[in-house]
Design a protein around this ligand. Structure first.
Ligand code: 4AD
Ligand code: MG
Length: 431
């Protein structure tokens, strides 16, 4: 008999099919057993009615332990009470492997316990839903950039230079040299944009940040588009189109998952371009007038500041034109002001914080050289990057979207650690 996956059951109404599944949960009485089955593609209820099956099968059903694996044969029926819409009338159960003392029971568990059992916790309904949403964000990302003329380019992970500051680097030996795990592929993506026009990358990045917040991971995944001949404002337009596309794709393709997470989708439905913009100058005034009288022009925002600004809007908001002193060396200064740069951070609603950092890049050779000096960076390590400004340099812009913060926001997860399968955190390298 051909095996069917739960996600395809709707095509087999009334048929008797075979399913490979695990037992997620079970309820039973003397007359009936309800088996909550999962196969990775979804969850479905299997019903075993004592009066309709052999005594042996009913006894097997009642004795199944949580996470036991099995093949099941059953008839696909409509079930209007569940939002999935179908259930399985069980006819045969063939146990493959009996699980013993599965540690994650349906009762409440503490976070540390769940994190220690991350290799198993991934199987639970909510974690499964978040991983499915993560997958949809990735799928929609590739679709958006492929449909808009971008080529995917893969920057290296082992690098010799540091785009986002030299203090948060993971250093490793590269034979006789020092190498660093990539903090961002941006510098390479700039070179690639000069070859392919519009490019995007998607890969892991590493920050040896001693931050222990619900927004920080040590290893996270970033989507980094870079575009030749694209200036500051055009860059923001791509970002708002991209984020809207991702949100609308998840709303369309992950209905069951959002429901399982009890996500309030009315907070996502209206997320469509354009997004509001507020300058850093105005953001400082806004904060000073709204209970944050201590923050002064020139200082960077912390989470409470970002959250206060974001709460003022229902959509993600761009904070633009930050002071030059708190941003990296590669950002293009404002044409009429030397104290701010042509950059923007995109702040998500509901307290999820900065999901995108982006800017127009310095494309003038002398200016870039000067900026490297001002940041005390080694000209030799950046020689190839500087040379891009000698060989047909053009205005160009790009940005980086943090995947886990975006997934946490869309899923309504409490912490970014739930938005990545195996989080690397300050105090956690296992599992
Ligand atoms: O603002 P960041 O540091 O920007 C860059 O790395 C640029 N080079 C990107 C570019 O222009 N190509 O990081 C970009 C995004 C942040 O907005 C945030 O979403 C995410 O990456 N991010 C983190 N996510 C989880 N944990 C961390 N420690 C993060 N640090 C940054
Ligand atoms: Mg940033």
């Amino acid at each position: 008999m051909k095996k069917i996956m739960i996600q395809d059951l709707h095509n087999h109404l009334g048929e008797t099919i075979k399913l490979g599944a695990w037992l997620a949960n079970k309820r039973s009485s003397g007359k009936i057993a309800f088996l909550q089955l999962r196969d990775g593609s979804g969850f479905v209820q299997g019903v075993v009615v004592k009066a309709e099956v052999s005594e042996e099968l009913f006894a097997t059903a009642k004795s199944l332990s949580q996470e036991t694996s099995m093949y099941i044969i059953g008839e696909v029926k409509k079930d209007d009470r569940s939002s999935f819409g179908f259930e399985l009338q069980v006819k045969e159960i063939e146990v493959i492997h009996e699980a013993v003392d599965y540690p994650i029971t349906p009762k409440e568990h503490g976070t540390e316990f769940l994190m220690d059992n991350r290799h198993l916790w991934l199987r639970s309904r909510k974690q499964h839903a978040i991983m499915k949403i993560r997958n949809e964000v990735i799928r929609a990302t590739y679709e958006f950039f492929n449909d808009n003329g971008f080529s995917k380019v893969d920057p290296p992970i082992l690098t010799g230079s540091a785009p986002e500051g030299t203090s948060e680097l993971f250093k490793t030996k590269y034979f006789d040299e020092d190498a660093y795990l990539s903090q961002s592929g941006q510098l390479y993506m700039e070179a690639a944009a000069m070859a392919l026009g519009k490019v995007f990358s998607f890969g892991p990045t590493f920050r040896a940040e001693k931050s222990k917040t619900r927004r920080h991971l040590i290893e996270f995944w970033m989507i980094e588009p870079e575009m030749a001949f694209v200036e500051f404002e055009e860059n923001l337009e791509v970002q708002e189109q991209f984020v809207s596309y991702v949100i609308q794709s998840v709303l369309k393709n992950c209905k069951l998952e959002l429901e399982r997470l009890e996500r309030d989708v009315t907070k996502l439905e209206h997320i469509q371009a354009p997004f509001p913009r507020i300058s850093y100058d105005d953001a400082i005034i806004f904060l000073n007038e709204n209970g944050f009288d201590d923050i002064k022009w020139g200082e960077d925002f912390g989470s409470p500041h970002e959250t206060a600004i974001a709460e003022h809007y229902k959509k993600p908001v761009f904070i633009t034109h930050y002071p030059i002193g708190i941003k990296p060396f590669y950002m293009q200064p404002h044409p009429d002001r030397d104290d701010v740069v042509l950059c923007a951070d995109l702040i998500a609603p509901e307290g999820y914080g900065e999901i995108i950092g982006g800017s127009e890049r310095v494309h003038d050779y002398e200016l870039l050289k000067q900026r490297l000096d001002e940041h005390g960076l080694d000209q030799k390590a950046y020689a190839w990057y500087l040379e891009l400004r000698k060989q047909g340099s053009v205005p160009h812009s790009g940005f980086g979207l943090g995947l886990e913060r975006t997934v946490a926001w869309i899923s309504g997860a409490e912490h970014v650690r739930e938005a990545i399968p195996f989080p690397r955190l300050l105090n956690r390298l296992y599992p």
